[in-house]
Design a protein. Structure first.
Length: 78
């Protein structure tokens, strides 16, 4: 359904445009910045590293905040 409104013109050369720069040209810097566009910073992240705790506990807490802990349900999906 989405493609029904698309009309191709065989006389026009294809053009690739990178939407993350004003010029439309790809750069590694713009790709790096694009990774963080939807990232939401949490004040919890700063609190984890400032509190007194062993380093392994801080590391585990930072992974938990980022939802990157491979719990049993995530391992089962994988």
């Amino acid at each position: 359904m989405l493609l029904q409104e698309i009309h191709l013109d065989g006389l026009v050369e294809d053009d690739i445009v990178w939407k993350h720069t004003l010029s439309g040209h790809y750069s590694a810097a713009s790709a790096y910045k694009a990774q963080f566009l939807v990232m939401v910073l949490s004040p919890m992240d700063q609190m984890v590293w400032k509190v007194w705790a062993p380093s392994k506990v801080k590391f585990f807490a930072s992974l938990a905040i980022q939802d990157r802990i491979w719990t049993a349900d995530r391992l089962a999906k994988r």
